[in-house]
Design a protein around this ligand. Structure first.
Ligand code: GLA
Length: 529
């Protein structure tokens, strides 16, 4: 069967309210659609975080609330490392609505030690020690959605301080039980509280599109949910995931480095989804520069689920330094063509989705995906990993039912992968036991799984406390931060520094997300000068 474009797509009833909201917001206030405007207001300008979409894992899709414990999260962390997901860039991980804290009589949050015996700080240290980043969850209202945990209402500053003490790197903030609260004021206050707590965090707003966060949340946080939940815990819902992709793609003008539309965690690898459907979901999410937060049980993955989630050529589209969100160019109900995603090396991504049952042979013309009609171009198939071409005018692709052809198209035969960073640890712990001055060192090694050698990472020495110095050794793909502590004159006590490092992606010249790690120093007795 051969298909070509006909009518624009129809939108499901479930999203009428959301889409009405989008239409309204675009009509009433077109200003935020201007990328320059958004650029000025991006919160990430100061913390340098999430300049490409955050990648990680969250428990809700697979588990819901009750099964979450420290043991489960640690098993998932280990599976994330062993399965190769860590090497593909997945980093943010932690309990979400996992009954992990409560509020004490003094108003302070305390870890639920029955479920998390190491406490939330101990769990954070475990995650950082594995070279991963710590994600936690709360709510902007009086209680979280399940009502099992307290929300931040009235305790914004105290709670963000507690999250900083637990060393969270990412905080998802839900919008349940928030009746009567002004959404912009509430999330702004939480952003202020995070800054006051002094630990930069990826701020993930979760109002499911309520309040049109794409219009304002880039000034407060780094990503915002655009729709309802992608599934109920335990079971993927293919039709709902597709509807969510088609609602989220309409918000493409609002996304860019440091500010992302979030269509929710992925359902790839969950029960209820075929392999082709998993491939399509992953292609949609990468094409939309969505946060790639896996939601399946990582302890129990088929080879094909691992291959989908760790397909670096697809991840490269998501993690492209230009940060453009692709969108639907045309849609005839059964077939849609997605483009509008220029990439850092001058190539472009295209996605052809076939919603029908059998196979379809389809044509992608170069002038539909951002090139000149007469161009002769190379095509990289991101699922079969084959390069063909040069093709004049366009290319024919064969797509199976519920499947997606995901392509990268270029004037040259090279298809470089942007930086995908992997750390051996994000925590350096040192102990000075004697009273004589000594020098102690601990290292953090960062490897780039992408194509380019990176310039040396830069650490501003003025940002470090007087007892710590950092030198970067090695070069290109693997660089090591050598942290040297000079203990002379230090008093007995615990010392802490959060080190920030910056870099630039060499092909595009774009700044890369800032990299942060913790240095702990325990001084057992007063040290002489
Ligand atoms: C909301 C969010 C979900 C999840 C649950 C937890 O429904 O949208 O992603 O965090 O709350 O209760």
């Amino acid at each position: 069967m051969t298909l070509k474009k006909t009518a624009p797509c129809s939108t499901s009833a479930l999203f009428v309210i959301l889409v009405t909201g989008i239409t309204l917001s675009l009509t009433l206030d077109p200003r935020p659609a201007s990328p320059q405007n958004l650029q000025l207001r991006a919160h990430s300008d100061t913390d340098g975080l999430a300049l490409t979409p955050p990648m990680g894992w969250y428990p809700w899709n697979a588990f819901g609330e009750a099964p979450q414990t420290e043991k489960l999260i640690k098993e998932i962390v280990d599976a994330l490392v062993m399965s190769g997901l860590k090497d593909a860039g997945y980093a943010y991980v932690g309990p979400d609505e996992g009954i992990c804290f409560s509020r004490g009589p003094d108003g302070k949050l305390t870890s639920n030690l029955a479920r998390y015996p190491s406490g939330l700080r101990g769990l954070g240290d475990y995650i950082h020690g594995k070279g991963l980043k710590y994600a936690l969850y709360t709510d902007a209202g009086s209680k979280t959605c399940s009502t099992a945990m307290p929300g931040t209402k009235g305790y914004e500053f105290e709670d963000m301080r507690a999250f900083a003490d637990w060393r969270a790197d990412y905080i998802k903030i839900d919008w349940c039980n928030s009746e009567g609260q002004d959404i912009v004021k509430t999330y702004s206050l939480l952003g202020e509280a995070q800054r006051a707590a002094g630990r930069p965090v990826v701020h993930s707003l979760c109002s499911w599109g309520e309040g049109y966060p794409w219009k304002w949340a880039g000034a407060i946080g780094h990503m915002w949910r655009t729709t309802t939940d992608v599934c109920a815990p335990g079971q993927a819902d293919w039709a709902r995931a597709v509807r969510i992709a088609f609602a989220n793609e309409k918000l493409a003008p609002f996304a860019g480095p440091g500010r992302w539309n979030d269509p929710d965690m992925m359902v790839v690898g969950m029960p209820g989804l075929s392999e082709a459907q998993g491939r399509s979901i992953f292609s949609f999410w990468c094409m939309m520069a969505s946060p790639l937060i896996a939601g399946n049980d990582l302890r129990d993955m088929t080879r094909s689920t691992i291959d989908i989630l760790t397909n670096l050529e697809a991840v490269a589209i998501d993690q492209d330094p230009l940060g453009a969100q692709g969108h639907v160019v045309w849609d005839d109900g059964d077939v849609s063509l997605w483009a509008g995603k220029p990439l850092f090396d001058g190539s472009r991504a295209a996605l052809m989705f076939f919603h029908g049952k059998s196979k379809a042979r389809l044509r992608i013309a170069w002038d539909e995906v951002g090139f000149a009609a007469a161009d002769e171009l190379y095509v990289r198939n991101l699922w079969t990993h084959e390069t063909t071409g040069p093709h004049a005018g366009g290319v024919d692709v064969t797509v199976g039912g519920s499947d997606a052809a995901f392509l990268r198209i270029s004037k040259t035969k090279d298809f470089p992968i942007p930086p995908i960073l992997v750390a051996d640890t994000y925590l350096v712990s040192l102990r000075a036991a004697g009273s004589r001055p000594e020098k102690l060192t601990g290292t953090v090694t960062i490897t780039n799984k992408g194509s380019s050698d990176l310039p040396p990472w830069r650490v501003d020495p003025k940002s470090l406390p007087p007892w710590l110095s950092v030198a970067v050794t090695g070069g290109g793909k693997t660089q090591t931060f050598v942290n040297t502590v000079a203990t002379a004159g230090l008093k007995k006590g615990a010392y802490h520094a959060l080190v920030r490092a910056d870099n630039v992606e060499p092909i595009s010249g774009r700044p890369m997300s800032a990299l942060y790690y913790d240095v702990d120093l325990e001084v057992v007795r007063n040290v002489m000068r």
